[in-house]
Design a protein around this ligand. Structure first.
Ligand code: G3P
Length: 217
């Protein structure tokens, strides 16, 4: 499973990129707003840091506006993916721009039917929102499994990005459900390589080694 970072924070991206673990980046208007910088500047900075796909979202709600924005955003860098919300206008925009070779990530997917519509419209990626489904006592992982099954049955190339990932369990379950990608918030990512027993184990080895060294002196 590929790891994308769900952040626009360049320090977070640089830190995790040093481990060779960043296959791509996703953003949305909320994430961009947090950085308090110009949208185009931030996206171009990220595209220069990460060679993999970088999702940048349109803010228009009508298809003409989405198409106009998508054409502009897609010129910012070679690795841009244009993020489009899952609406009728969004599907129309995806249908048009995917034929122009613009890569798309259809976002705010909450049902298998929505994912199937997006794939049929030509989406490169679909983003089911796990955490927000769990918030309303629905099953986010089941949606990822259902999309995996549908895309496999009908041979869609569209890749599944498990989004709205809130904890380590989501990442593990998304991997088991066959998600192509999990997009992980920058502050959650370090928890993937941490475990209290690892920390305790290192401290114990260090203490025992120290005691052994002192005995030998
Ligand atoms: O990028 C979309 C998604 O990952 C948002 O997550 O935590 O705001 O539901 P969240």
């Amino acid at each position: 499973m590929k790891f994308f970072l769900d952040t626009a924070n360049s320090e977070e991206i640089e830190r995790i990129n040093r481990l060779g673990l960043v296959d791509g980046v996703t953003t949305n208007p909320t994430i961009i707003a947090k950085e308090g910088k110009n949208f185009e500047t931030v996206i171009k900075e990220i595209c220069a840091l990460v060679p993999g796909p970088v999702s940048a979202e349109v803010t228009s709600l009508d298809s003409a506006g989405m198409i106009r924005e998508a054409r502009e955003i897609s010129q910012w860098a070679k690795n841009i993916v244009v993020k489009i919300p899952m609406t009728e206008a969004g599907l129309q925009a995806v249908h048009t721009i995917s034929k122009e070779g613009i890569k798309t990530n259809v976002t705010l997917i909450f049902s298998a039917a929505q994912g199937l519509m997006a794939a049929k419209a030509g989406a490169t990626y679909v983003s089911p929102f796990l955490g927000r489904l769990d918030d309303i006592a629905s099953d986010g992982i089941q949606l990822v499994s259902d999309l995996r099954e549908i895309f496999d049955i009908y041979d869609f190339d569209t890749e599944i990005i498990a989004a709205s990932v809130r904890h380590l369990g989501h990442v593990e379950e998304a991997a088991l459900a066959g998600s192509d990608i999990a997009t992980i918030p920058g502050n959650l990512f370090p928890k993937l390589w941490s475990h209290p027993l690892t920390t305790n184990g290192i401290a114990q080895f260090e203490a025992d080694w120290q005691a052994f060294q002192e005995k030998q002196e």
